[in-house]
Design a binder for this molecule. Structure first.
Ligand code: ADP
Length: 604
């Protein structure tokens, strides 16, 4: 058991290599002996098969020819049966060990990939599409499995069959043996020619396959948007275009295969014909016995047909190699270190934050935040207001170190933020997003998601009560065991928000990041969410991205942002009395509200 878990813990980063075959060999670490056993068993099976032909030769030459039988007939029959059993048994063992290797290697690969993807940075995920990642973890890993299960072992089999049978051929008749393999170099050269072409074609096919997966995945996740904008036709056409492109690339790939196979078949067929003809002539001229000729006919087939397969294998191996590369592109990416900082306070942070001339750029030379300076005391509320793209999200994303600032410094309780391990920060910072994501699991599991220890029902219910969602949950037939999402209940936006608030309450972080979403819900829900938020914000340093001035009037500090800079800062009363963006937004929002109220009054 421990040996197996050792195998499973092998760091696949070691399998990264510029040479794909070397890399695939390294992927086999821990399974090589089993694979070697599989190949060896194939060798034994091949030898047994060849021995059958030699026994046939002995039988024909002694019982039908002039020779004196040394072995009795029933012994020969027993020999045939024994050889068939050996062949069957070892072929079975070989298949079993090869399958164990292939499945073992790919199980480890899949687990590692999943683990690795969990640890890649925000930056990586924002640049890679989900469809692409899914395709690599499924279809490409499967191509690697086929490489080990069929192709690599098949390659070993061909080589072994060639060695064993060629030795026998040499013993049967040297001249005939050499005549029988003249076409092999041609097969090998043709295979390599097609190998390169097919490798390129497969690479481009897989790329398109990933694009199609992404289109499908995005369409399914964004199905509401598609319907809301009635863009079905556009989406259908986009999918058709991508699918057509995949079809074209697949056709080209198959075309290469279909050019190659008849070519190799013709060469091998001609080779067999030449061999049979030469052998028959030699038998007629008395240079070899009839038994030798019969044995030759059997043995030569076991050289030529595997050789024909060799071509196919070389060509198929190219697909495994392409997939290996695609997988390694993910594994090559560095993981985001979670425990890298040297500042590790034992307990929770107090939550005092100081920004000093902080700047940040996603791409070099393209500043998204500039000269951000402010400070807040533990438990204070900082509100961020500004147009879309002004840098509010980027600023709060610096706190859990989703990204590291590139200029200035941020101090948390007096120590620089990037000296804190990411794990510590993420443990003590809670985030409630504008559109929180809930897993397709039970409500209980969703609420307890952020805590690693066991939590009691009472704790969960208290969190839900504070988030004003307890009564709603109880109104479902399965209560806290209700499944969320496709197979369960569909929660409204406001309900999801409150489940997310309960989740964060249970996590009990010292610092909070809220994306205020009350703008998108009705007044009653807004009141409930606001109450839940008040409970959540109590005694925590809170950063709130605000969309409405009404929700931040009580904030200790309001930062008005524009194009990555703070253009105004202060409390509501100060800002509203200054010329500037804040007052403009305030005026507009107040006017809209007054007009709305008038409208409502006139309707009722
Ligand atoms: P806000 O939250 O105020 O709407 P953001 O912080 O999301 O603004 O964006 C600020 C700027 O940074 C925008 O110009 C946006 O295009 C850019 N940006 C946001 N995320 C990324 C990213 N992952 N890579 C590159 N640029 C980004």
């Amino acid at each position: 058991m421990s040996a197996l878990s050792g195998l499973m813990n092998y760091d696949l980063k070691n399998a990264v290599s510029a040479n794909r075959l070397v890399g695939l060999w390294r992927l086999m670490t821990g399974f090589r002996w089993r694979y070697f056993g599989a190949t060896l068993s194939l060798g034994v099976a091949a030898t047994a098969k060849t021995a059958t032909y030699l026994l046939l030769r002995y039988f024909v030459d002694t019982y039908f020819g002039e020779g004196e039988p040394v072995v009795a007939l029933h012994m020969i029959a027993l020999g045939f049966v024994l050889l068939a059993c050996i062949e069957g048994g070892f072929t079975f063992m070989s298949g079993r060990w090869a399958a164990q290797t292939a499945e073992g290697v790919t199980r480890r690969l899949r687990n590692y990939l999943f683990d690795h993807i969990q640890h890649l940075s925000f930056h990586y995920h924002s640049q890679t599409t989900t469809g692409e990642l899914i395709q690599r973890v499924t279809s490409d890993v499967d191509a690697v499995r086929r490489f080990f299960a069929d192709q690599a072992i098949g390659f070993g089999r061909v080589v072994l069959l060639f060695v064993v049978n060629f030795i026998v051929l040499l013993n049967l008749n040297t001249r005939l043996a050499w005549i029988s393999i003249v076409a092999i170099p041609v097969v090998v050269i043709t295979s390599f020619f097609f190998f390169r072409r097919i490798m390129k074609a497969y690479e481009s096919y897989q790329e398109q396959d990933a694009i199609l997966s992404t289109t499908l995945q995005e369409n399914l996740s964004g199905v509401r948007v598609v319907k809301a904008f009635a863009r079905q036709q556009y989406e259908i056409e986009k999918f058709r275009r991508d699918n057509q492109e995949k079809f074209e690339r697949g056709k080209y790939l198959m075309l290469q295969h279909s050019f190659f196979w008849p070519v190799s078949d013709i060469i091998c067929g001609l080779q067999i014909l030449v061999g049979y003809f030469a052998g028959a002539m030699m038998a007629i001229n008395g240079e070899i016995t009839v038994g030798t000729f019969l044995a030759y006919m059997g043995v030569v087939g076991w050289i030529i047909f595997p050789m024909r397969n060799l071509g196919r294998l070389i060509v198929q191996i190219s697909t495994g190699m392409v997939s290996y590369n695609r997988i390694m592109e993910i594994i090559r990416e560095d993981r985001e270190p979670l425990d890298d900082g040297d500042c590790c306070p034992g307990g929770e942070p107090k939550g005092e934050l100081v920004f000093e001339n902080v700047g940040f750029e996603y791409e070099p030379g393209n500043k998204v935040l500039e000269n951000i300076s402010f400070e807040c005391k533990p438990g204070q509320v900082v509100a961020l207001l500004g147009s879309t793209g002004s840098g509010k999200t980027t600023l709060v994303n610096l706190l859990p170190r989703f990204y590291d600032y590139t200029e200035g410094r941020i101090l948390l309780d007096g120590s620089e933020l990037n000296r804190y391990p990411r794990r510590y920060l993420r443990k003590h910072i809670g985030i409630v997003e504008q559109e929180p994501f809930l897993f397709s699991r039970t409500i209980r599991e969703n609420i307890s998601y952020g805590v690693s220890h066991e939590v009691t029902d009472e704790e969960i219910e208290n969190a839900a009560r504070a988030a004003a969602i307890h009564d709603v949950i109880l109104s479902f037939p399965d209560g806290y065991k209700t499944l969320v999402g496709e197979k369960g209940v569909t929660l409204s936006g406001g309900q999801k928000q409150r489940v997310a608030i309960a989740r964060t309450l249970l996590k009990n972080p010292r610092i909070l990041i809220l994306d205020d979403s009350t703008s998108s819900v009705d007044t009653e829900t807004e009141a409930e969410i606001r109450e839940a938020l008040q409970n959540l914000m109590k005694d925590r340093t809170t950063f709130i991205i605000a969309h409405r001035i009404q929700s931040i009037m009580d904030a200790d500090l309001i930062l008005v942002m524009d194009k990555g800079r703070i253009v105004q800062c202060g409390k509501h009363d100060e800002l509203v009395n200054q010329e500037g963006i804040y007052r403009q937004i305030f005026d507009i929002q107040t006017r809209i509200e007054v007009e709305l109220e008038k409208e409502i009054a006139s309707v009722s």
